[in-house]
Write a protein that binds this ligand. Structure first.
Ligand SMILES: [Zn+2]
Length: 381
């Protein structure tokens, strides 16, 4: 993999990831290297006002405020799409590009910037020391993860892994969320295929709960071993599997058609512990699951809006008990109905699902994924 880093006009940093299949040189590498020589990256960008978060004492959790995010472009056409080569953010052609969000909710804040100490828990404010990145999957505006060639998905996996390693190594970062809001009904404001990376200065509540459960069961069979064993025993909810990964609608699925992809091997807590072969398998699994989703109701006007979240942990004592996994939350429950996170889900935290996962799993199992060959890229451990 070739990685080239360039300074953008406003001081943000852009990284190009170029990959090669056997016998073919990366097509854009020379242009990216030339740009890096002309515009070498500087230090981290400073925002005029540091982002902040406030403590909610009723739930014991932080709310992050993003006051500078109100004027974002809303669903521009391809001609005006800021992710097209040469339009706004990305001057050159590219395979995969990752750059800092123009209007981040969390950002670099110098050590000497501090806030007054709170008098009590009812006025706790903190600096949102983190990072927010945009990950552009492809330069093709009309593509999506499901339709990308598996070689290109592998390039994306390698780019995610590289950026994860950089971000989690920052001393102020506790958690790095790699995610995608796919589809207009999932909150996507640009149709161009892309995802995001939010790097948090704290462990967010959802991960904190998974971590607590992981450590509660660490001395016994193990939480993730048990979850995987249950799916393998029942068989009925399994959608796809390889020797490195299992994808199933979990026994406890909260959303209709919710699928999780778990790494099978103990010790794989993040992308960093995966072998090159496991990363190739992960690229195939991503294509397998997302192409089934796209093919479930192909004529539907909603286009199967889906949230995708990568759950991975590093830098914690006992982290080998955690297991890398990807969670997909579909926001559509039938060809003509969306799934809303309504009053009960939002106000009580308890999910109501219309159907048992095994019934819905049968529908996903019956759909052929788009060709899922393993990538033939040159991979290195
Ligand atoms: Zn575009």
């Amino acid at each position: 993999m070739f990685k080239t880093r360039v300074a953008m006009d406003d001081g943000r940093t852009l990284t190009y990831y170029d990959f090669t299949t056997a016998g073919t040189p990366p097509p854009y590498l020379a242009a990216h290297q030339q740009a890096a020589q002309q515009h070498p990256p500087g230090g981290p960008r400073l925002l005029p006002n540091p982002p902040i978060m406030r403590w909610n004492p009723t739930l014991a959790e932080w709310t992050v405020y993003a006051a500078n995010r109100m004027n974002r472009p809303q669903l521009p056409s391809k001609d005006a799409c800021p992710l097209e080569p040469g339009i706004l953010e990305l001057p050159l052609n590219y395979q995969v590009a990752i750059f800092e969000n123009r209007a981040p909710s969390m950002a670099f804040v110098p050590d000497d910037v501090t806030l007054p100490a709170p008098r009590n828990i009812f006025e706790m404010t903190a600096l949102a020391r983190g990072r927010c990145d945009i990950v552009v999957y492809s330069e093709k505006h009309d593509s999506k993860l499901a339709w990308m060639p598996v070689n290109d998905i592998y390039t994306l996996v390698e780019a995610w892994r590289d950026r994860y390693a950089e971000l989690i190594a920052l001393p102020e970062i506790r958690y790095v969320a790699i995610f995608e809001n796919k589809g207009r009904d999932a909150g996507m404001t640009l149709d161009h295929p892309h995802g995001q990376i939010y790097s948090f200065p704290f462990l967010p509540p959802y991960l904190q709960r998974q971590w607590d459960q992981t450590m509660d069961l660490a001395g016994q069979k193990g939480l993730w071993e048990g979850v995987i064993e249950k799916e393998e025993h029942d068989q009925v909810r399994i959608i796809a599997q390889t020797d490195g990964f299992l994808a199933a609608m979990p026994f406890y699925a909260r959303y209709p058609y919710e699928v999780h992809i778990w790494a099978r091997r103990r010790g794989v807590c993040s992308l960093l512990e995966m072998t090159a072969d496991e990363r190739r398998q992960l690229a195939g699994m991503l294509k397998n699951i997302t192409s089934r989703y796209e093919n479930l109701w192909p004529g539907s006007p909603f286009g199967f809006p889906t949230l995708m979240l990568m759950n991975q942990l590093s830098k914690m004592n006992g982290v080998e008990n955690f297991r890398f996994h990807i969670e997909f939350y579909p926001l559509q429950r039938s060809p003509d109905k969306l799934k809303y996170r309504a009053s009960v889900e939002s106000g009580t935290g308890t999910f109501l699902n219309d159907a048992l996962p095994e019934a819905q799993a049968a529908q996903l199992q019956a759909i052929a994924p788009q060709e899922v060959e393993l990538p033939d890229v040159i991979a290195e451990d």
